[in-house]
Design a binder for this molecule. Structure first.
Ligand code: NAD
Length: 505
């Protein structure tokens, strides 16, 4: 494998159990170290032919992998989980290096991903079908969950360990083979994860990584050998992926962007709320699809008091390079994304909201070229503002003031996105009504970021998700398997001809 610049580390594809260089003279993408603000590597961007050859490999591996006993696959998954735990710090450091989030946060995301692979080890139980004996005299009926074939995963930049593991765990253990196209912005971690699966005994060709951009995605969407596409990323691309994949007859789940509201009731403990909001809004520099980006205060008194607590804390956020420990926030993914967030802050100001803390001028003295922003806190946000309607995906918390619980719940329900939301209150009745009625897929009650555990499933509503099945958990298992139902008669005496649809007796 050759690399143009000696200072840059090498990146590759991982196909058929081997590192595969991009084709000579092929297109490449830049991978940055966001903490330093420097280019770190060039990633090969796969051509249509390169993706097609990975699909060929995955298809060739399917019969043996799907034909293996479910227990044998689960044992490989268990070894994979052991290796993931063993290498968790290495994976966390890879996340930090190319994403820029702080190490404690990166480690948390690695562990949340491993939990999904751990759940997948239980496939021998979870994949069991149903059986009814003697549904008619001498007739039994049973169902089984069969793998689909070659499935594709397409992942975003913000969780380069966790989201590939959301998909790979359930897809692989149920007997599918995988071609994954991770974000071209931070591909090292998913590459390492696929290598570890191979080291755990996963046969060559079962879990393949092709790096790339739209050309690779379009190849996966259009190749008839791909039976299902799991996508996580921004809403416009999620919608495009969903529409193209389903038009081509594929099963598709496509998770999109978010704008997550926290409803803060007058009876909430505002110190608790502030603690929750600091992590939920500014952790990972707001680059989380479950980040709280809107705090909805019921009453001006709540808003004034909360802002008084938050303002000094936002100004004092500990921000710096991901090589340091004890920080609260790292860099943003790229210079361009940092500019995009800056533009949204300007837009919010131009639209008439109040900039309580402006993080745009923040400079990290220890790493002046890193893609850092300070935290921003914006008050008096109104529902018709574009900066409220759209996802900012940065360290920006917008505060809205409403007169009642109902008005606050309507904001979350009426927003185009519906990924996550939370309510902070001491009222069981308000909490229960909110959880029951709000038009959002994942709800936290006095929990700011309600990402479901591996044995539940992750998915938003409205423009935050397209398709019928959530990610991971039993929903993931359903997505990656199709049901076959067998009706069987074993009896000594012969059959009579029946011309009408039989009514079983
Ligand atoms: P993105 O949509 O830009 O990219 C996601 C994937 O799509 C990448 O692999 C990328 O290479 C590919 N892609 C980009 N443009 C494409 C195009 N024109 N055609 C085909 N493929 C294309 O998203 P991102 O910036 O990497 O990630 C951030 C977004 O992901 C945010 O909107 C965030 O809310 C969302 N996200 C959602 C969830 C969720 O579960 N709902 C989880 C994490 C992130």
């Amino acid at each position: 494998m050759s690399q143009a610049t000696p200072d840059l580390y090498e990146l590759y594809h991982f196909v058929n159990g081997e590192k595969v260089a991009g084709i000579s003279g092929g297109r490449v993408g830049d991978v940055f170290n966001p903490s330093l603000g420097t280019k770190a590597a060039e990633v090969p961007l796969a051509s249509q032919a390169e993706v097609e050859s990975a699909i060929t490999v995955a298809q060739a591996a399917f019969p043996a992998w799907s034909g293996m006993s479910v227990l044998a696959r689960s044992r490989i998954m268990t070894k994979f989980v052991h290796l993931l735990y063993k290498h968790q710090h290495e994976l966390g450091e890879l996340v930090c290096k190319e994403h820029g989030k702080v190490i404690e946060d990166a480690m948390g995301s690695v562990l949340r991903g491993i939990e999904v692979a751990e759940f997948a080890c239980g496939a021998p139980h979870a994949q069991k079908g149903e059986f009814s004996d003697n549904v008619a005299t001498g007739i039994d009926i049973y169902s089984m969950r069969k793998p689909l074939g070659v499935v594709a995963g397409i992942t975003p930049f913000n969780f380069p360990a966790m989201i590939p593991l959301w998909m790979a765990g359930m897809a692989l253990v149920t007997g599918n083979t995988v071609v994954m196209k991770p974000s071209e912005k931070d591909p090292s971690c998913p590459l390492r994860i696929a290598e570890l699966f191979h080291e755990a005994g996963g046969p060559a060709g079962v879990f393949n990584i092709v790096n790339g951009d739209k050309e690779a995605v379009d190849t996966l969407l259009n190749d008839e050998r791909i039976k299902a596409v799991s996508f996580v990323g921004s809403t416009p691309i999620a919608q495009y992926v969903y529409e193209t994949a389903t038009a081509n007859g594929k099963r598709c789940q496509a998770m999109g962007g978010a704008k997550n509201h926290m409803l803060i009731m007058p009876d909430a403990d505002l110190e608790d709320v502030a603690n929750a909001l600091m992590g939920a809004a500014y952790g990972s520099a707001g680059e989380r699809c479950m980040a709280i980006s809107v705090g909805v205060c019921v009453g001006d008194e709540v808003a004034d008091k909360l802002i008084a607590i938050l303002k000094p804390r936002v100004e004092a956020l500990r921000i710096g390079p991901s090589t340091e420990t004890g920080l609260e926030m790292g860099a943003l993914i790229t210079k361009e994304h940092r500019e995009k967030v800056i533009n949204y802050i300007q837009m919010a100001e131009d639209e008439g909201s109040t900039l309580v803390v402006d993080g745009r001028d923040f400079v990290c003295e220890r790493s002046k070229h890193g893609y850092f922003l300070g935290g921003s806190l914006i008050d008096n946000v109104k529902s018709d503002m574009t900066s409220y309607q759209e996802e900012i995906f940065g360290p920006v918390l917008q505060i809205m003031r409403v007169g009642s619980f109902e008005e606050g719940m309507s904001l979350a329900s009426d927003h185009p996105y519906g990924n996550g939301t939370s309510i902070f209150t001491k009222s069981g009745s308000a909490a229960r009504t909110y959880a029951d009625k709000v038009e959002v897929g994942m709800v936290g009650i006095n929990v700011p970021i309600p990402v479901p555990m591996a044995f539940y499933s992750f998915g938003g509503w409205k423009a935050s998700a397209f398709g019928d099945h959530n990610q991971y958990g039993m929903e993931g298992l359903r997505f990656y398997t199709k049901v076959k139902t067998v009706t069987a008669r074993w009896q000594e005496k012969g059959l009579d001809a029946e011309f009408s649809l039989p009514v079983l007796k």
